[in-house]
Design a binder for this molecule. Structure first.
Ligand code: KMH
Ligand code: ZN
Length: 276
């Protein structure tokens, strides 16, 4: 079994300091959370930006500052993955902007899904637009799967030559409106992706830890962080993203699964270290 790749998602578009006062907002705070998570064993930083008011932004200037700081703090070791999901309601043009920075990776959501009270829109045209931009910029896509049918959409993108499969998938499980965090759903999603693909799981809220444990055992990879979950345990807020990462490292170690360094993760994902 490959070593376990841990992705940290230190802040998404939705979570606020009212939910957990430890949520990072500024580029320095976000980069520091990534750095501390990297020290604990995270290889990939899944990045979302916030503006000076703490509101979600896809502004490349904000992303550039976060990325430069993460690279400086980790000596260029950490793998940078930008979000093209952004926040519900953003335009596709706005969402794609950080891809122009040519990070190592970018997310590519493979379909529309109800997202709490909102609708996270990813029409076929949107998906093709994101896929083309990701390809043009030489960035590795991570296919965000919020429901089973999205895997079929990924296959359609591959048929059009906009992405290459097998590839790397992220099963986002437990979003209200998407596939639930039921363990049987993880087994089902695993069974649907093309042979030779890799996968990680981002369990939302209370689903984060049990699904991570399953991924450790089943040969998948794990994403944790405040974007997905603000709690350490029931009713107890997590102190930091690093705390959530450290728990996954302990869990994997107890279960006999080695944890990937970023260069191990690059090998598994077929990435080369970027000099920019
Ligand atoms: N904020 C969600 C609507 C991604 O990063 O690519 C979408 C999201 C997915 O967070
Ligand atoms: Zn995200």
């Amino acid at each position: 079994m490959d070593p376990l790749i841990i992705t940290v998602a230190p802040v998404g578009a939705e979570v606020t300091r009212a939910d957990n006062p430890n949520v990072p907002y500024t580029p320095e705070e976000i980069a520091e959370e990534c750095y501390l998570a990297w020290r604990e064993g995270a290889s990939i930083a899944h990045i979302h930006g916030r503006d000076e008011h703490g509101t979600a932004t896809q502004d490349p200037k904000v992303y550039r500052e976060i990325i430069e700081r993460v690279k400086e703090k980790t000596g260029g070791d950490m793998i940078i993955q930008v979000s093209t999901g952004g926040a519900v309601g953003m335009s596709a043009a706005e969402r794609v902007a950080p891809v122009s920075l040519k990070p190592d990776m970018a997310t590519l959501t493979c379909g529309t899904v109800n997202f709490g009270d909102g609708i996270f829109t990813n029409s076929r045209g949107d998906m093709e637009f994101f896929a083309a931009a990701i390809k043009e910029n030489g960035v590795l896509p991570e296919f965000e799967i919020f429901d089973a049918g999205m895997i079929e959409n990924a296959r359609r993108l591959a048929q059009k030559g906009l992405i290459t499969l097998p590839g790397h998938f992220d099963f986002v499980m437990g979003v209200p409106g998407g596939i639930s965090g039921d363990p049987r759903n993880l087994m089902h999603l695993m069974s649907l992706i093309p042979e030779g693909s890799t996968w990680t799981v981002a369990g939302i809220g209370r689903h984060e830890l049990p699904l991570a444990a399953m991924a450790v055992v089943l040969g998948g990879h794990v994403r944790v962080g405040f974007e997905d979950n603000i709690y350490y345990s029931r009713g107890i807020l997590a102190k930091s993203n690093a705390q959530l990462v450290a728990r996954i490292v302990r869990l994997a170690t107890e279960l006999g699964r080695p944890v990937a360094k970023p260069d191990d993760a690059r090998k598994i994902l077929g990435l080369r270290r970027k000099e920019n």
